[in-house]
Design a protein around this ligand. Structure first.
Ligand SMILES: NC(=O)c1ccc[n+]([C@@H]2O[C@H](COP(=O)([O-])OP(=O)(O)OC[C@H]3O[C@@H](n4cnc5c(N)ncnc54)[C@H](O)[C@@H]3O)[C@@H](O)[C@H]2O)c1
Length: 286
């Protein structure tokens, strides 16, 4: 009798156990970093370079797509065969194609992109002498920051949708870089703020569209980080900027950006969101 009961229940128990195992596997099988390949634009310097270091330390292969050859080659020689620098202008479709296809050629696959390439200018709509903002300068910032980001998104997506998904159904992660200027742009940041607001704005529609392919899209909006982009400012100005941050009252460290990028890759529930990483700073008008 006991034997009969056992024989009746055993398959159910085993079935339930295997279901629990499947669920546990699905929880653990979020996007991995080790043995996966990521493309990092702007990876030769600042926030992008910090991501390259963190990803490689976690066992990934990385393609650096950047115009800055010196920084990129340095990282390549620091990390050996796991990092490849491909000189790339993110606004140039053929060059982005080369960078994206080098991921498959060098490492066999592509699991995500971190878009860090960007430029900043400071110019008012009309300056003190009454001269209007250069339209070419406005266009250039939109072209590099917004169009360049979208150019990379569309190209990496076309490759990632062809790949076999992870066990969880996930195929890739795209991380973009906006700025707090997308929300509280200062006087003189009109072009930069517009470009970054565009990146914040594309995050949700792209995440919605790519959901069916198992590709997540998240944007980080950094506050003020200590990178070469800020190096041009005098020490006094940088200190003062740091003191405007409620807590911690300092500039952000590039590895704090990279740590968030790593978490976004590993946390499957983060999708379609713009995350401020800014110590609660809200930028004043000037
Ligand atoms: N540092 C900050 O405080 C801060 C704050 C908010 C947002 N951001 C954004 O973070 C990103 C990274 O900035 P960062 O501070 O590390 O600056 P950075 O100047 O150190 O790095 C930017 C990198 O982008 C590359 N780049 C520029 N134009 C390019 C192009 N057309 N094609 C390919 N690469 C190009 C540069 O060569 C450089 O290596 C930028 O998008 C920037 O707007 C920075």
């Amino acid at each position: 009798m006991v034997g009969e009961l056992f024989a009746f229940h055993l398959p159910h128990i085993l079935l339930q156990f295997s279901e629990i195992q499947n669920i546990a596997e699905a929880v653990c099988n979020c996007m991995q970093i080790s043995e996966r390949t990521y493309l990092v634009t702007g990876g030769s310097s600042g926030l992008g370079a910090a991501c390259v270091r963190r990803l490689v330390e976690a066992g990934a292969n990385v393609i650096i797509a950047d115009l800055n050859e010196k920084g990129g080659r340095q990282l390549e020689s620091d990390w050996g065969s796991r990092v490849r620098f491909v000189k790339t202008n993110v606004t140039d479709t053929a060059e982005v194609d080369t960078a994206v296809s080098s991921a498959s050629n060098e490492f066999g696959s592509l699991h995500g992109a971190i878009n860090c390439a960007g430029i900043a200018i400071a110019a008012k709509v009309v300056d003190r002498e009454g001269n209007p903002h250069s339209l070419d300068a406005f266009r250039k910032v939109i072209e590099v920051n917004l169009v360049g980001t979208f150019n990379v998104i569309r190209k990496v997506t076309a490759v990632m949708i062809q790949q076999e998904p992870e066990a969880s159904g996930e195929r890739g992660v795209i991380i973009n870089t906006a700025s707090v200027a997308a929300f509280d742009g200062q006087i003189g940041q009109v072009a930069y703020a517009a470009s970054k607001a565009g990146i914040a704005g594309l995050t949700l529609p792209v995440a919605r569209e790519l959901a069916r392919h198992g590709i997540r899209v998240v944007t980080i909006a950094p506050g003020i980080f200590e990178t070469p982009m800020l190096a041009g400012l005098p020490e006094k100005a940088r200190l003062s900027l740091g003191q405007q941050v409620p807590f911690p009252s300092r500039l952000g460290r590039p590895d704090e950006y990279a740590a968030l990028a790593q978490h976004i890759i590993e946390n499957e529930m983060l999708n379609g969101e713009v995350i401020r990483l800014d110590g609660a700073i809200r930028m004043a008008p000037k």
